[in-house]
Design a protein. Structure first.
Length: 111
């Protein structure tokens, strides 16, 4: 059955409190797309996937779920994923302020 997209993961941005998220928090709304950028030379995690908005690094895909995304991105399939803000809660602690979903788009055409 055709589905326009399917959620693969949903999580709060890891390390948000250490990134540049505070600079753009007021612009982050549900539905905003983020860029996923692999960081194979990251000294802490060779599967690190940074999340960016308007050139600002917000944080990362949590380490316990980043490897499948890193593998696909390393093999040239980054365009298969969409990272979308699902929830913004500025009143919460920084590591729980922004929840995102990573979706994969169904390449089959609707019938």
């Amino acid at each position: 059955m055709y589905q326009p997209s399917r959620v693969l993961a949903s999580f709060c941005i890891a390390g948000f409190q250490f990134g540049e998220g505070a600079l753009v928090l007021d612009k982050l709304k549900p539905g905003v797309h983020l860029e996923m950028v692999a960081e194979p030379d990251n000294p802490h995690d060779s599967s690190a996937i940074a999340l960016y908005y308007e050139g600002k690094r917000l944080g990362y895909v949590p380490e316990d779920g980043n490897e499948p995304f890193a593998t696909m991105i390393f093999f040239g399939h980054a365009d298969a994923f969409e990272c979308v803000v699902q929830q913004v809660a500025p009143e919460r602690s920084p590591w729980h302020q922004v929840r995102v979903g990573v979706f994969v788009t169904d390449a089959r055409k609707s019938k």
